[in-house]
Design a protein around this ligand. Structure first.
Ligand code: PBG
Length: 325
């Protein structure tokens, strides 16, 4: 035999020399859920070890994440049902929970990057990412842009470093980019949820924020899971409209989309390893069916191999701990 691929696998030293991709704590972005109150963390039933945090608990969490090498958190506020309305007014309240959460992270560790979500669902009594026409039920694209832009500018001015439009309205990246420029926020990054699929893997996230749509589904704005060329079109638009980073979401079932965007774009690519992907691993681990730590690192490495530069993942803290030792 002239060629023996196993020669390159015979010891950990050789394997480490041959390794093509490396996962680092700095690659990971930790999504965090926040809520009103003091001194409390509420576990999310479908996401074991993930909590809705009051601001003081958020501060503790951010210190720990920073010490483990995590350099970016993504904030998601759990808004009280009584504050939700059909216009999602709370989304643009300068005194709202999301704004206080941004300030809390920045006051705790000024260098920690804060990413914030731009979409109406956590604030909307309809549970949709855009405004809903009350008679037809249609999701109103152009009418939603104004409030999305206002949200983005407010978040940026409050201290958010990375705006993440997850709403999938057409033209929102351009509208937000122009709004930020006009507001003088030229250094704020936009991580576009470029290829966000209409996925059943978001279930546990919607439990965490009580944000599931009250009627209908999100298929008229989120993408059809069967499509990949459509993702390339969305990517070209987001690039032209001024996005800095392109994101694919969910992650694991869409590794081919990540690889395709990596080939076609020069922008950094992010993967969102979503709530349902997290819940599956946790559930199997709790039954003794899988080794959680090994599966987690294998999964996160697969995003790097597919071509992602960074991964939003609820495993961020656990993975960072393991990567340190
Ligand atoms: C809001 C939003 C969602 C997620 C991130 N931002 C839910 C949705 O679109 O219904 C899902 C994240 C996850 O499942 O981890 N638009």
């Amino acid at each position: 035999m002239l060629k023996r691929p196993r020669r390159l696998r015979q010891s950990e030293a050789i394997r480490s020399l041959m390794r093509e991709n490396h996962l680092k704590a700095e690659d990971l972005i930790a999504p965090l859920f926040v809520m009103e109150g003091k001194g409390k963390r509420e576990e999310i039933s479908s996401m074991p070890d993930q909590y809705r945090l009051t601001l003081d608990e958020l501060s503790k969490e951010v210190k720990e994440l920073w010490s483990l090498g995590i350099r970016c958190v993504s904030l998601f506020p759990a808004i009280d049902e009584c504050k939700k309305d059909s216009r999602a007014s709370e989304a643009v309240n300068p005194n709202g929970l999301n704004q206080w959460a941004i300030k809390e992270v920045k006051a705790t560790i000024p260098e920690m990057l804060v990413m914030t979500d731009v979409a109406l669902d956590p604030y909307s009594s309809d549970g949709h990412d855009g405004l809903v026409d009350s008679s037809s039920g249609e999701i109103l694209n152009d009418q939603s842009l104004d409030i999305l832009v206002e949200m983005a500018i407010l978040q940026a001015k409050t201290g958010s470093n990375i705006i993440g439009p997850s709403d999938m309205m057409d033209g929102r990246v351009r509208a937000i980019r122009e709004g930020l420029e006009k507001a003088g926020m030229k250094n704020t990054l936009i991580m576009a949820y470029t290829a966000k699929y209409a996925s059943a893997f978001y279930g546990p996230f919607r439990d965490a924020l009580q944000s599931a749509p009250k009627k209908g589904d999100k298929k008229t704005y989120q993408m059809d899971p069967a499509n990949v060329r459509e993702a390339l079109k969305e990517a070209r638009l987001d690039e032209d409209e001024g996005a800095d980073i392109l994101m694919v979401k969910p992650g694991l079932p869409y590794l081919d989309v990540i690889a395709e965007l990596r080939r076609q774009s020069d922008l950094p690519i992010a993967a969102y390893n979503v709530s349902g992907e997290y819940a599956m691993v946790k559930a199997a681990h709790m039954r003794g069916w899988l080794d959680e730590n090994k599966v987690m690192l294998e999964m996160l490495t697969s995003f790097k191999r597919a071509g992602a530069n960074m991964v939003l993942t609820y495993f961020a803290k656990d993975a960072a701990r393991l990567l340190r030792c």
